[in-house]
Each structure stands twice: as C-alpha cells, then as structure tokens.
Ligand binder design. Structure first.
Ligand code: DX5
Ligand code: ZN
Length: 214
C-alpha cells in the first residue's frame, strides 16, 4: 500500500496549524515538514518552535526533512518538538552514524536523503541503521519544481538492494510528484510519495491523494 505525505511547504504559512490539519483530513499518511536553513539550501522555512506549535493540529506521524547543515545539533530538539521521523542529508552532517543512533535512541525513526546528483555510496554504510531513505526528485529548496526522471535508476537499484538484503527501510520520493508520474515512481520501488504542490494546489486534494495512491 502506497503512502502519501503531503508537504506543508505548499500550504498556507499564515495558518500553519490549519494547513497541517488539512493533510490528515484529506487522507494523507504522514505530514511532511520541510526545514531549510538558507545555507544547505537557498531558502529558509521554519524550525522547532513552529513544529511544536502545530503538532497538536494533526495526528499523522510528522516526517521532518532537515535541509540544514549540522543536523546533529538539532535532532534532539526536533524530537522534543514532535517529530516522528527525521531525515537529513549525510553530506551536511559531521557525524552521520552518531546522529542516526541518537534519533533511534530517542525512540524515533531515522533516515537519509539522497540528492539528485548524489549516489548510493552516501547511504550504503548505514543500511543497517536506516528506517527510511528519501530520494529527491528535484534539487531541494523549493516546491513546485519539475521531476528529474534520471533519479529512477538509482531508486530501482536501491530497491533491489533492500529487497535482496531483507532490510526494513521505507523508500520515499520527495519533489516533483504529480498524478501523471506517480505510477512510474511507484514502479521503481517507492512506497511513500511526498506531494506538496500537487496536493495543496489541487482543486480536489482528497481525489488527488486517492489518485496518487492507486
Ligand atoms: C523541496 C522539499 C519538498 C517540497 C516538494 O525542497 O523538500 O518536500 O515540498 O514540493 P513538490 O511536491 O511541489 O515538488
Ligand atoms: Zn522535503
């Protein structure tokens, strides 16, 4: 069964609580919460206080995507703020293994994110620890960008490694997902589709989420 994680990045930030609530009302499985620091990516969003403030508006697991340098300094505070899954970019982290272990020790799920121009060697050393691997379908920083189909080969390869190795890792795709490309992305082995603009800008978000799942 395919999961959909609406990304509130495309929601209304003036009503962030209501925006995260909509993800649940519309039938989402996770709430995807993007954190950007203006250094690792050329954009800035929100941090722990905003997450803590909206946490009670939505009972879905919060899938927190850290696009920040030195995520090791902040994961504990994101857990306290209400994160259930924390993913970060290994190239931005000074201690990838220690940070993954810290998230797990705190009782939450951990994952790594693979940018379109990065290869599997960034995540392979940690496969035994990972609950999730996120493949970026766009260069991170903004919603509403066009999907880069070249990432599909990497996903197929990793999906095979996970199946053959019997690893318990959920494969997520973030960026550029829409109703037209969802099937191809799922066929490559993706189990969780992040969808920002496709859901929040849809005239019928309930139908869009249903279509993304089937
Ligand atoms: C992009 C973010 C995504 C973003 C996806 O840097 O990580 O989560 O919200 O937006 P769409 O689905 O519009 O490409
Ligand atoms: Zn994201």
């Amino acid at each position: 069964m395919i999961k959909v994680a609406p990304s509130v990045l495309s929601g209304d930030y003036a009503k962030l609580g209501e925006s995260v609530a909509l993800a649940e009302k519309w039938g989402g499985d996770y709430l995807h919460f993007d954190v950007m620091d203006g250094v690792f990516v050329p954009n800035i969003t929100v941090g722990m206080p905003s997450l803590a403030a909206v946490r009670s508006y939505c009972s879905l697991p919060f899938d927190v995507h850290l696009m920040i340098i030195n995520p090791e300094k902040y994961v504990e505070r994101f857990v306290k703020a209400g994160a259930d899954i924390i993913t970060f970019h290994p190239e931005a982290c000074a201690d990838v293994k220690g940070t993954l272990l810290k998230i797990k020790e705190l009782g939450k799920k951990c994952g790594l994110v693979v940018n379109p121009d990065k290869d599997l060697s960034l995540v392979m050393p940690y496969v035994d620890l990972l609950d999730m691997v996120v493949f970026m379908g766009v260069f991170p920083g903004f919603g509403g960008q066009k999907f880069i189909p070249e990432v599909l080969d990497k996903i197929r390869e990793f999906s095979k490694i996970v199946r053959e190795g019997g690893y318990n890792i959920e494969l997520e795709l973030d960026g550029g997902v829409n109703e037209d490309n969802a099937q191809t992305i799922k066929d490559a082995g993706i189990e969780v589709l992040v969808a920002g603009s496709a859901v929040y800008n849809s005239k019928n978000p309930i139908e869009t989420i249903k279509n993304l799942k089937r």
